[in-house]
Design a protein around this ligand. Structure first.
Ligand code: PMP
Length: 400
C-alpha cells in the first residue's frame, strides 16, 4: 500500500551532514551542523552537565514515573526566571504559565497549535530568511505563514526600514515571530534601540510577539544581555510567548529539553491558558521526558553549578567569536576581494557569508567543505586548524 510513495528529499539542513558523512576526503569540513564543536572538532558535554548527571544518579530516591502534562514544575519555574529575569513583573504577579516541551522545536509547535486554536488572528509573520523549520512548524500547527523583510544582502546587515514597513502593514493582532538573539541563519540582530522601536510599533498595532530563544548566552556570552529584548516586551505589561531551548546553551541537544512560556495580563488568565495548553499537549505526546529537565533543574537551582555553567557557556561563545576574528584575518591576509567585515559583525553560531548556491557547490566539490546552500556556515564547526582551508576555498571561489 505504500509502493506509490516517492522518496522524500533530505532535510536541507540535516542533509548537509548526510552528504558530509559520505565523503571519504581527509580534509572534509562540516560547517552545516548547528551544534557546538571544540577546537578539536569534537562534540562537547559540559562539565557542569556531567556533575548534574552524577548527582541525579547518586540520588537513589529518584523514580521514573511520568511527569505531569506540563513537565517538571521546578524546571518550568527556573526556566521562566532564566529568560525573564528573577525580578520580572510577570513572575512576581504570577501571570505567566510555563510548560516543559521537547526542546525549541516542540515549544514552537505547542505554542503554534495553542495560538491556532485560541487566538483570534491565524497569521504568523516570520523573518525573511529564517530557520528552515519555522514555516513548516507553523503551517502544520494550523497558522498561515507570511514573511517580513529582515536581511539586506547589500549590507549583509539588517533591513530595518523594510522590517518596520512590513510589520507596520501587517493586519492588527497578527503574530510575529522574533529571534530573541543570534538570528538564524543571518547572525544579524537589531540593536537595543531598534528593538525598542520594534516594541513600540508592535504594541501600538497589537501585534503578538512570539520569541524564539534558541541561543540565550550564546550570542554575547551573557544570559542577561541575550534575554534583554524579551524582557523589554515583558516590562511593558503586554502579552507574549517565548520558546526556549537548552540544546545549544547547555549542550543538551539530544535530550530535547525546552520550555514554552506565555505571559498573560493576569494570574487568572494564565491559569486558564495553562489548562488549555494541557489539552494541546496531552494528545500530542502526553507528557515530556524527565532526564533533560532534571539536569537543567539541578544546574539552575544550585548557585555554584549555575556560575560554573555561565563560565562554560562564555567559553563556547568566546571560541566562536575568536573563529570569526581568525577567518576575517585569514581572508584579509589573502587579499580576498570584497568586504568581509560582516563575519566579525554578525553574532552567534552562524555567519551568513553571502556566498551563492553555485559558489557553495564549488567549495563542496573542490574543497570538501559542507554548508547549507544559502551560504550559512557554522562558526562553531571551525577551528584554528581548519580556518586556513576555509579561507583558501572562499578566496578561490570569489577569484575564480
Ligand atoms: N529556533 C532556531 C532559530 C534554531 O536555530 C533552532 C535550532 N537549530 C531551534 C529553534 C530549535 O532547536 P531544538 O529543537 O534543537 O531546540
Amino acid at each position: 500500500v505504500f509502493a506509490h510513495l516517492v522518496q522524500a528529499p533530505e532535510d536541507p539542513i540535516l542533509g548537509v551532514t548526510v552528504a558530509y558523512n559520505k565523503d571519504p576526503s581527509p580534509v572534509k569540513l562540516n560547517l552545516g551542523v548547528g551544534a557546538y564543536r571544540t577546537e578539536e572538532g569534537k562534540p562537547l558535554v559540559l562539565n557542569v552537565v556531567r556533575k548534574a548527571e552524577q548527582q541525579l544518579i547518586n540520588d537513589r530516591t529518584r523514580i521514573k514515573e511520568y511527569l505531569p502534562i506540563v513537565g517538571l514544575v521546578e524546571f518550568n519555574k527556573l526556566s521562566a526566571k532564566l529568560i525573564l529575569g528573577a525580578d520580572s513583573p510577570a513572575i512576581r504577579e504570577n501571570r505567566i504559565t510555563t510548560v516543559e516541551c521537547l526542546s525549541g522545536t516542540g515549544s514552537l509547535r505547542v505554542g503554534g497549535e495553542f495560538l491556532a486554536k485560541h487566538y483570534h488572528q491565524k497569521t504568523i509573520y516570520i523573518t525573511q530568511p529564517t530557520w528552515g523549520n519555522h514555516p513548516k512548524i507553523f503551517t502544520l500547527a494550523g497558522l498561515t505563514v507570511k514573511t517580513y523583510r529582515y536581511y539586506d544582502p547589500a549590507t549583509r546587515g539588517l533591513n530595518f526600514k523594510g522590517l518596520l514597513e512590513d510589520l507596520g502593514a501587517a493586519p492588527a493582532g497578527s503574530i510575529v515571530l522574533l529571534h530573541a538573539c543570534a538570528h538564524n541563519p543571518t547572525g544579524v540582530d537589531p540593536t537595543i534601540q531598534q528593538w525598542e522601536q520594534i516594541r513600540q510599533l508592535m504594541r501600538s498595532k497589537g501585534l503578538m510577539p512570539f520569541f524564539d530563544s534558541a541561543y540565550q548566552g550564546f550570542a554575547s556570552g551573557s544570559l542577561d544581555t541575550d534575554a534583554k529584548p524579551i524582557r523589554m516586551f515583558v516590562a511593558d505589561g503586554g502579552e507574549c510567548l517565548v520558546a526556549q531551548s537548552y540544546a545549544k546553551n547547555m549542550g543538551l541537544y539530544g535530550e530535547r529539553v525546552g520550555a514554552l512560556s506565555i505571559v498573560c495580563k493576569s494570574a487568572d488568565v494564565a491559569g486558564r491558558v495553562e489548562s488549555q495548553l494541557k489539552l494541546v499537549i496531552r494528545p500530542m505526546y502526553s507528557s515530556p521526558p524527565i532526564h533533560g529537565a532534571s539536569i537543567v533543574a539541578v544546574i539552575l537551582r544550585d548557585k555554584n553549578l549555575f556560575n560554573e555553567w555561565t563560565l562554560e557557556l562564555k567559553a563556547m561563545a568566546d571560541r566562536i567569536i575568536s573563529m570569526r576574528k581568525q577567518l576575517f584575518e585569514a581572508l584579509r591576509t589573502r587579499g580576498t576581494p570584497g568586504d568581509w567585515s560582516h563575519i566579525i559583525k554578525q553574532i552567534g553560531m552562524f555567519t551568513f557569508t553571502g556566498l551563492n548556491p553555485a559558489q557553495v557547490s564549488f567549495m563542496t566539490k573542490e574543497y570538501h567543505i559542507y554548508m547549507t546552500s544559502d551560504g550559512r556556515i557554522s562558526m562553531a564547526g571551525l577551528s584554528s586548524k581548519t580556518v586556513p582551508h576555509l579561507a583558501d576555498a572562499i578566496h578561490a571561489v570569489v577569484t575564480k
